[in-house]
Ligand binder design. Sequence first.
Ligand code: SAJ
Length: 420
Amino acid sequence: MSFSTISVIGLGYIGLPTAAAFASRQKKVVGVDINQHAVDTINRGEIHIVEPELGDVVKAAVAQQFLRATTTPETADAYLIAVPTPFKGEHEPDMVYVEAAAKSIAPVLKKGALVILESTSPVGATEQMAQWLADARPDLTFPQQAGEQADINIAYCPERVLPGQVMVELIKNDRVIGGMTPVCSARASELYNIFLEGECVVTNARTAEMCKLTENSFRDVNIAFANELSLICADQGINVWELIRLANRHPRVNILQPGPGVGGHCIAVDPWFIVAQNPEQSRLIRTAREVNDHKPHWVINQVKAAVADCLTTTGKRANELKIACFGLAFKPNIDDLRESPAMEITQLIAQWHSGETLAVEPNIHQLPKKLAGLCRLATLDEALNDADVLVMLVDHNPFKARSAERIQQQYIVDTKGVWR
Ligand code: SAJ
């Protein structure tokens, strides 16, 4: 059976672009979200998140009546669940949103429907979701009970798009398809092939769950390696950026870049899902998380040392000294400040420093609540003219465009090697 109506549960950074991609291929898409503001915004043809190209696709899809949002699930041929999976307690995955989403679609499920979980999840989550659905609908059969003959097909198909390039990567990237049975995988592949230009690579649900966690853990471990090198190099008086550039000339070495720490909602979270399930075996993955989480505190100590040197050399009092922090976002050239190590560092500096702290973030017009009253949003020129100590936190393009030779200040803590 082909898919004439598709329902996407959760209209955030992944769900909305996915809903828009199906709608742009002239499928009837019903997006469901508990956030009334998001629903109203989308129904006006607008978007409530920042992502290049998404606004235009949503606007067109809503105008042509292929995309509609609601707070109440409706009957559909396929459901995609793309709700958050944060962690709770000691970094254990919190599945409450997936549970709520599954329970919300259960009453409207009809025989022949396909249910896909896209949210980053611990191994076994898809089987758990299938059980929640089966408990709620004893009148239907599910893959764990009836295998290929089941009334409902279920698969785990993780997203792997890069924020800032979602509309391109959603279509171009290969997709891992983890069906609970081969028929479930075949139907999920058929669904994604509506918009996918990349390949559907078929496996089972548990492998697909682990694959998503593995991809982000791989990146976290590799960034931790770079961050650890940056600490060693600082101690040895070696320029870590030059070192990495040289080492990467080896044909089998490809070291990532150190920074102020690891931010965002994925790489700093997902490795903990592996650690929570296999604490004994995941020693490297846990240590990588700890190395990356420690980096902002190391940066603060570097700033304190630079300030101490500056005070001694200039004879100024601490409250006369200006510190400028460059960048607040969690990575370059975006305006997303959530889970950002640059934000954390700027806040800690401003709380500690008795003089003025300037924050330079070309991608925002107003400081977030956390920093309001603590520091002042300044332009790049203002900060470069006025500040005594510079703290480079995010390698935004306008910062990189400013040549290092024109930077007058002697006291620079450069976590991204921009003005080294
Ligand atoms: N970072 C470094 N050094 C580097 C690369 C990144 O310090 O060399 C830092 C960034 O500054 C940022 C953090 O890591 O603070 C994460 O940024 P990112 O660009 O590596 O990744 P995200 O979080 O934007 O998106 C990741 C992607 N995963 C991988 O590349 C394996 C994306 O493909 C996933 O879909 C996304 O997580 C997700 O949703 O899971």
